[in-house]
Design a protein around this ligand. Structure first.
Ligand SMILES: Nc1ncnc2c1ncn2[C@@H]1O[C@H](COP(=O)(O)OP(=O)(O)OP(=O)(O)O)[C@@H](O)[C@H]1O
Length: 393
């Protein structure tokens, strides 16, 4: 069913692939297709796959992403993504172009490959289908209060750290963390009540803590990062949570996975896959993701952020990505964010370069300095991201 065999990477430079090497001055066109002399009559199954993110001549496990897109819309040579080493990537496209679907394809492939495991941050409930895979599970989002350092609490509680309530919360969390016993919202609340501060300051902090508690996200029994990374494919269900809760979860998971891989010898290299990433990276989580994009590969962490708004991500996420998968984008700010951060491969006319049509994408490969148009394969597990329609009722 899943094709994960070792392969000698011939990079598809002969055969039916639509592979083109070019610089920004030679941007591929929407209708980019292989020239006649590079086509062959071989079927895709006969042709060694082109593997993105892999140096020519190396091997190892790979994810089957889809196939090169021929000019007539037919499938060319298979296209894969390297799973042998760690990678950082972004997956972009306007609404409905297939981002979540493509992220699900990647998650399926990682889930079925020994030595790597996907952790999906899912704000829309689009990845429940991955639970059907061996070891697959969907966890309701919860994080241990310990996973946020004291200096991050004011931001999560929407308090200014330079004002008395924010500074009180910071100090109290520091104190509670130094005491025996777990950090918990009730323990922080009790310490705030006992603090020798004006009653107004104490009340403000307690009110904000009550709002945090209402998310139902902070839990001293939350699964540890070891459990999350060490298990099978894991979807963290974040649906219906407010933006600051997503920010807290994004921070805790991204930072936790990085620290886990830096501090512990791990048998399984995690791939953190984030759907609607702009929703997670709006506050304190941005720092944790910057670390993953700039330093995550050294300890073996891979990260892929999917978003319809690349302009809302920290620029480093695009500039540090060695894998870029771009579905159709039209918003000028988003096109610019992408082409500015990846000027070598993406020309300024990116909007016209990316193929139109659901499930079609331009993929940029830093390892081989190529960009290709591909058709993403169909999902093997259910995709939960389709917009509801009246006719479906
Ligand atoms: N490669 C594909 N093959 C077949 N169908 C696809 C493919 N990609 C996407 N689709 C179809 O397009 C629909 C929209 O895809 P998806 O939910 O991934 O869009 P999206 O870009 O994530 O949208 P949004 O930004 O609204 O979440 C899917 O429900 C699916 O039916």
């Amino acid at each position: 069913m899943f094709d994960h065999g070792e392969s000698t990477d011939v990079c598809g430079r002969t055969g039916v692939s639509g592979t083109h090497t070019y610089s920004s001055s030679q941007a591929p066109r929407l209708d980019t297709a292989p020239s006649e002399d590079t086509r062959s009559t071989a079927t895709p199954a006969d042709v060694a796959p082109y593997v993105l993110g892999r140096e020519p001549g190396t091997g190892g496990p790979r994810a089957h992403l889809g196939a090169f897109l021929a000019r007539d819309g037919s499938a060319g040579a298979p296209v894969g993504i390297d799973l042998d080493g760690p990678h950082a990537g972004v997956l972009v496209g306007k609404r409905g172009t297939g981002k979540s679907y493509t992220l699900g394809v990647l998650a399926e492939e990682i889930a079925m490959t020994a030595g790597v495991s996907p952790v999906v941050l899912d704000p829309m409930g689009a990845f429940d289908g991955l639970a059907a895979l061996p070891g697959g599970r969907v966890l309701t989002a919860s994080i241990h209060p310990d996973s946020l350092p004291p200096d991050r609490w004011p931001a999560i509680a929407r308090l200014d750290p330079d004002q008395p309530p924010g500074s009180l919360l910071w100090r109290i969390v520091e104190t509670v963390a130094d005491e025996p016993g777990p950090v918990s919202i009730p323990a922080i609340r009790r310490a705030v009540t006992d603090a020798d501060v004006p009653v107004e300051t104490s009340r403000t902090v307690r009110n904000h803590l009550d709002l945090l508690a209402a998310w139902d996200v902070f839990d001293t029994d939350a699964p540890s990062i070891d459990t999350i990374v060490g298990g099978g494919p894991t979807v963290i269900d974040c649906r219906s949570l407010p933006p600051t809760a997503l920010d807290a979860i994004g921070y805790a998971i991204a930072r936790g996975i990085y620290d886990h891989c830096v501090n512990a010898a791990t048998d399984v290299f995690p791939w953190l896959l984030v759907d609607e990433a702009h929703a997670f990276l709006d506050g304190i989580a941005a720092d944790a993701f910057r670390t993953l994009y700039t330093r995550g590969r050294a300890p073996g962490v891979s990260v892929v952020c999917a978003t319809q708004r690349p302009s809302a991500l920290p620029p480093v996420t695009v500039s540090q990505s060695d894998l870029v998968i771009a579905h159709r984008l039209t918003d000028e700010r988003d096109v610019e964010a992408l082409s500015t951060a990846q000027p070598t491969y993406l020309a300024t006319d990116l909007a016209r370069t990316v193929p139109a049509g659901v499930g079609r994408a331009l993929v940029v490969d830093d390892a081989t300095e190529d960009a290709q148009t591909v058709r993403i394969r169909e999902r093997r597990t259910d995709h939960g991201g389709a917009s509801p329609s009246v006719s479906d009722r």
